[in-house]
Design a protein around this ligand. Structure first.
Ligand SMILES: Nc1ncnc2c1ncn2[C@@H]1O[C@H](COP(=O)(O)OP(=O)(O)OP(=O)(O)O)[C@@H](O)[C@H]1O
Length: 632
């Protein structure tokens, strides 16, 4: 081979950072590199099996998929070979030189430079192929794409660059050869390898074979014959009673590209009008891409054990996209295209079966202590179903948990909330806003005074589903920051009368002066039934968009998404400031004298609401002037 035919390329910067961590890693479970390689080999075989459905020639010469592991102690190499789909030169560059997976980018984004905390991330994310550099000082990947005669070699020591050159390979597939570092001899021990494969890869549906050692001078303990190390049958086809929790968990990590433990495992066979097997998992922790705008589910679809796709959106609704696992259908035709799948009535039936099963599993576990773990991680996504899935919204509402003005750090169900409703309470009251501050909103004051519990909603989706007319046992949801609220039928729990109201006439004058001063900046100025302690607050008119939702929309899509609408300024006639201003409002020249005060009240209400003053410079000037007068 000429020197020209060797091409040296640099890793993408993010890969280089990742590799640096791998090379210097002190991660205790280094053996996971083998799981990653076998997992990749198995995925490559799945892909080819699918491609061969339409192009049988691709596998005709070698129809038995397998993964082979071999050792060469003298050379200190460990080799993992598969006869899967293989990679072309371009694919080698794209897959093993850049960060192709969003999971890996999220991992790299979290790297802090602190070795100890960075290493702990390996366990949380799983880093795929690049984990080989935890144990190998050099790695060579030789790959030949199915259907091609060309093979390519990719080679690197993990330090900044890799080399590509033409190679030869007897058939299709990929061979990964690791030259192990000093001190990593355990991975040259056949017994140790067998244990690792059993632990992590038993569920792999094709045989993982340890090859007999080629070494002439065999001694006891060495591999004398080829040996299949795993059960080599699809895990989901085995009886539940024969599958251990650990095997389920390993399968979850493989199929779900996950690194944690599943929170729930649901394995069942649907029989009747349609037949399929589901093995689904609810993850134990929230994945980094849960709120990815694509809202894709990566459920793997098999047809009679042949992998078809992991991107069939029609299989699960977006609000269940956190569910991982596989579905194996007995009824879908093998040669179905991915496009036809999306449209197929069978897919729709399977989807409805999956949704039913998942929700009923959640119902079963709703009383468990661990439900909080689930809800904290996935509640905000499941609630999207309240907005999207009319048929199931009541079922989902029963599962939902809420923080309230009385729940402290706990959460409550709506049944619990309803049981604590005050006499004559006709609606379920809620406020949406930022989790850290919403509980302090002035609009809640009258509710607190009357001991009325209010749901504190701080997930973005809450602003949407609450506007869909959903009710709870005939009682509507009502925003405390919108429209008129009449609490007069509900007795005050504590003495609401902290002092007397300002005289009605004076209040009327103040309101008239404020309206004049503020003009178009407000929709109305009126006496508040919401406030007990604060002087003012803003509320949205009955038909207008809730203020929090408007803010969210502007943050997400820019100012034009929700124009800065005028709001209603409510004033508290019992507040000392309001009383003093009301007294002033009756005197001569009140309108001019109250101009600054009216603007300051409005800006104050805006700030408490989480908005900026509409004219920050004018706000600062007025505030300074008022302070000068107070100090002078
Ligand atoms: N043995 C192989 N045969 C064919 N392609 C492979 C093989 N190993 C890796 N690849 C390709 O390289 C890509 C990157 O592999 P890597 O292990 O880093 O991530 P992954 O397998 O996509 O994700 P995960 O680590 O979550 O399993 C794979 O998606 C695949 O396209």
């Amino acid at each position: 081979m000429t020197a020209e035919s060797i091409e040296t390329r640099g890793f993408e910067a993010e890969v280089a950072r990742l590799l640096h961590l791998m090379v210097h890693s002190v991660y205790s479970e280094k053996e996971i590199f083998l799981r990653e390689l076998i997992s990749n080999a198995s995925d490559a075989c799945d892909k080819l099996r699918y491609a061969a459905l339409t192009e049988p020639a691709l596998t005709a010469d070698d129809p038995n998929f397998r993964v082979e592991i071999s050792l060469a102690k003298d050379a200190r190499t460990l080799t993992i070979a598969d006869n899967g789909i293989g990679m072309s030169k371009d694919e080698l560059i794209a897959n093993l030189g850049t960060i192709a997976r969003s999971g890996t980018s999220a991992f790299v984004e979290q790297l802090s430079g602190d070795a100890a905390s960075d290493v702990s991330l390996i366990g949380r994310f799983g880093v795929g192929f690049y984990s080989v550099f935890m144990v190998a000082e050099a790695v060579e990947v030789v790959s030949r794409r199915a259907g091609s005669d060309e093979a390519w070699s990719w080679e690197s020591d993990g330090a900044g660059t890799y080399r590509l050159k033409p190679a030869t390979r007897a058939g299709r597939g990929t061979t990964v050869t690791l030259r192990l570092r000093e001190g990593e001899d355990e991975f040259l021990d056949a017994w140790r390898l067998k244990r690792i494969v059993k632990t992590y890869s038993d569920h792999i549906a094709l045989p993982v074979i340890l090859k007999a050692e080629a070494d002439e001078a065999q001694t006891d303990g060495e591999q004398k014959e080829d040996e299949t190390l795993n059960s080599a049958s699809a895990l989901w086809t085995r009886p539940k009673s024969e599958i251990t929790a650990e095997q389920y968990a390993e399968f979850y990590r493989h199929a779900g590209h996950a690194a944690d433990e599943p929170w729930a495992t649901i394995h069942w066979k649907a029989e009747g009008t349609i037949e399929y097997t589901g093995l689904l998992f609810i993850p134990g922790t929230r994945p980094f891409d849960l709120f990815d705008p694509k809202r894709e589910s990566r459920l793997k679809l098999y047809v009679r054990r042949v992998f078809i796709t992991d991107s069939c959106e029609a299989l699960l609704p977006g609000y269940l996209r956190f569910v991982k696992g596989i579905v194996d259908s007995a009824d879908l035709p093998l040669n179905i295209s991915r496009e036809m799948l999306q449209e197929s009535p069978l897919t729709a039936k399977i989807r409805s079966g999956l949704v039913k099963k998942i929700l009923s599993e959640l119902e079963k576990r709703a009383g468990d202590d661990g439900f909080k773990t689930f809800w904290d991680a996935f509640g905000p996504v499941l609630k999207e179903g309240l907005y999207e899935d009319f048929e199931r919204r009541e079922q989902i509402l029963k599962l939902a948990r809420f923080k309230t003005t009385k729940s402290g750090d706990e959460t409550v169900t709506l049944a619990e909330y309803a049981a604590r409703m005050r006499p004559n309470q006709t609606a379920l009251y809620f406020i949406t806003g930022d989790a850290a501050t919403v509980a302090r909103s002035p609009q809640l004051e009258a509710f607190k005074a009357r001991d009325i519990e209010v749901l504190l909603l701080s997930d973005p989706i809450d602003d949407f589903w609450t506007g869909t007319g959903l009710d709870w046992e005939g009682k509507p949801f009502q925003s405390v920051t919108r429209g008129d609220i009449d609490l007069s039928q509900i007795p005050a729990a504590e003495d609401e009368r902290k002092g007397e109201d300002a005289p009605e006439g004076a209040i009327a004058s103040l309101i008239a002066a404020a309206k004049l001063a503020l003009g178009e900046a407000v929709k109305d100025v009126r006496v508040s039934k919401r406030l007990t302690d604060s002087p003012v607050c803003l509320v949205a008119a009955a038909g207008d968009m809730d203020m929090h939702l408007a803010r969210l929309m502007r943050a997400a899509r820019g100012r034009d998404a929700a124009p800065d609408e005028a709001r209603i300024l409510e004033i508290n006639p019992r507040h000392p400031l309001v009383k003093a201003l009301a007294a002033r409002a009756e005197g001569d020249g009140a309108v001019d004298a109250l101009d600054d005060a009216a603007h300051l009240l409005l800006d104050q209400a805006r700030i408490v609401e989480g908005e900026a003053p509409s004219d920050p410079a004018a706000f600062a000037r007025r505030l300074s002037e008022v302070m000068v007068r107070a100090v002078a």
